[in-house]
Design a protein around this ligand. Sequence first.
Ligand code: EPU
Length: 433
Amino acid sequence: MTKYVVQGGKPLFGEVEISGAKNAAVAIIPAALLVDGVCRIENIPQISDVTLCLKILEQLGANIRSINHHTVEIDCSHIRTTRTSYELARKIRASYYLIGALLGRFGQAEVAMPGGCNFGGVRPIDQHVKGFSALGAKVIVEGGFIRATTEAGRLKGASVYLDVVSVGATMNIMMAAALAEGNTVIENAAKEPHIVDLANFLNSMGANIRGAGTDTIKIRGVDRLTGGSYAIIPDQIEAGTYMAAVAATGGQVLVKNIIPKHMDCITANLQECGVEVEEREDTLLVRRSGPLQKANVKTMPYPGFPTDMQPQITTVLALAQGTSLVTEGVWSNRYRYVDELRRMGANIQVDEKTAVVEGVDHLTGAPIQAYDLRAGAAMVIAALAAHGHSEITGVQYIERGYEGIIEKLRALGADIRAEEEPEEDEVRGASAG
Ligand code: EPU
């Protein structure tokens, strides 16, 4: 068990390089299953969710060659099975993409019910199933597995209207439809940057997908996808997390290797809080010297403020002058971390989807727990900004999505380190002994 030990209260200064986007990588790696040839994928982030995705593909029979830290070549020409390992697939939410990819290529898939971050609410996949069914698949849940099959061995293009704007369903249906017979139209599609990235990846392998990034995506099924080379976009949320860290601690940081357009909404909200953000070609200079100001934030599908930045911005607002309102517009329950911020002296009341954040002068270091990936990022920000010493447990969640977070923060002058904690059994043994 690892914990992060943080001595807070130091402003951040320097430069930070943003890694490839987690939520693009965990879709693009499974999408390689659609390709009958070698695909080279660059700018892959070194995070545990990516390691798991690659392991699952290997178990299915993919040949994976690591070219360097951020580049792999995946060859799915000789897939052995369309049934994923239960143990591996259930650990990660994005394993649902294996259904779309396997079903699209082989007309059948058996995938363990997806796991991943649990913010307390339900994470349904009914819209994914609606899409697969429209394309002619029969989908059942049995023995902890989702089983999807087609009678003809190949899906048939169809029109799918999503009842809720879902990132996962949009990408999954796009994958399934890439090799289907005929045309598919996805309406009320999600528009996140990683949706465009997946479409660009598939198109570079020979797919015919138009309209990604708008709410109508048109896919003309092709017979085969062949190999190619593709580089994943930078991670919008990782960049936003470092911006929020500078907002909370003060200081000046150059956030490098980003696409400024993807950051627009986060930038605008931070500017409202009194943070200065200067946009250059593929960098943002983020500076905070004066006091933080209150702001109201509502999370929404892209191009709105991302839900995956909600815990981080709430942490910033906990230190702002005045009362801010944060409204969660995507997930039904994503405020579990607020109890941890309260331990540090934050004054936040949650009423269903809204958090009323009464800014305080400072937070105080405390032992705190990361309950999920983004909540964990918020804990790191809070600990960096707080007066005194904090210890963060549950950091395995943070490492699912942030490459080298300790090294990147230390390079900015943060006093943070990872420490191995004895397992509970060892602790018990020690006290008994
Ligand atoms: N929804 C349904 N039915 C479905 C699918 C979704 O009702 O079949 C609802 C959900 O309950 C939720 C809303 O639609 O209220 C949006 O869910 P979406 O499907 O867009 O989320 P997701 O694809 O499961 C991805 C990211 C999440 C991120 C959301 C929203 C991955 C692996 N995960 O999840 O990222 O919060 O989109 O942007 O891409 C994270 O990175 O920390 C993370 C949780």
